[in-house]
Design a protein around this ligand. Sequence first.
Ligand SMILES: Nc1ncnc2c1ncn2[C@@H]1O[C@H](COP(=O)(O)OP(=O)(O)OP(=O)(O)O)[C@@H](O)[C@H]1O
Ligand SMILES: [Mg+2]
Length: 375
Amino acid sequence: MPEIDVRLVDVTKRFGPDVVAVDHINLEVRDGEFFSLLGPSGCGKTTTLRMIGGFEEPTSGLIELQGQDVTWLPPYRRNVNTVFQNYALFPHLSIYENVAFGLRRRKVPDQEVRRRVSEMLELVELPGYEKRRPSQLSGGQAQRVALARALINRPAVLLLDEPLGALDLKLRKQMQIELKRIQQEVGITFIYVTHDQEEAMTMSDRIAVMNRGHYEQLGTPEELYERPTTRFVAGFLGVSNMLRGERLGEDGGYAVVQVVGGARVRVPRERLNGRAAVEVGVRPEKIRLLSAGAPAAEQLNRLDGRILDASYMGVSTQYIVRVADEANLTVYEQNVERTEEGSLHRPGEMVSLAWTPEHTFVIHEGTGGDAGNAG
Ligand SMILES: Nc1ncnc2c1ncn2[C@@H]1O[C@H](COP(=O)(O)OP(=O)(O)OP(=O)(O)O)[C@@H](O)[C@H]1O
Ligand SMILES: [Mg+2]
């Protein structure tokens, strides 16, 4: 087992009598991992990060860094550094002095400062920028300098609060790849806060998906996407088709669930965990569209419906399919087989939706909090 770098034990933060910003969080971040807190505005990401950094005291609970209880230590006594969204570089200092700042304060000899600053500028791919001022940098470059400045003291943990939030989409995507490379090169534990699911998925080893002061599920990007266990996670990470149903019985390793229009779908048995009334889901790209009545392998789950809408989206075509006059399902089909005349299926057409039972996930109603911390 890798070592635990940051541990939150039952941490709660209240602001006044009414606001519970963080609600009994238990969390273990492993040494050297890229860990993200992902969630909508106001769910408590920044407050959690600020407590780890020491800028905010928890109302109750315990925070450990590398096995040491730091709950009541001020920020400068923690082996942690922070990068914020508004890079907060010193405008009157050169890039060199901005990066060197943390070393100057510790009276590190000049020669070593030179060596380490140039090492850091190399790492963030800005060698040659030593003499410039922050006002002479682009947003992406300024954020690289902020990163170099935060890493130069070699903290055990780097906290990042939406550091790419001010950048345009294209630059943000570039910087995501850069950040991941830098984290892997330095091997320092990163705790990254974002409300952007794609960003979290691109960079993270593991993600905690937060909602209303706690996290609903914790796991690798793949685990969270392939097998979300709450409705919130299923909807926040990508698009999900949800179907309410009732368990009818079993068939080999599968549970049989009756859903809209009386159709039966099969679900790997252990995912149902014995429950009777359930909500199952399937991702839009897992579904194949077949012409109505077309044969399909018997083991596939299958629903019949009518195409309501077909929209060209570049990489894929998005279909909205009405099933049993009850549910609208979304289907993505890669545009490999698209014909000159347009999409393969047209609005009004009757179709079948087919997918393998293994791609069906199950919502565990009523679970949440730290239930997923085993990942
Ligand atoms: N100093 C404060 N005083 C009172 N309430 C606060 C304070 N700081 C945060 N809150 C409240 O606590 C909750 C969580 O805030 P927090 O800043 O942690 O959210 P966030 O997930 O970082 O949101 P965002 O994505 O918008 O940055 C919010 O309801 C917020 O209004
Ligand atoms: Mg925030």
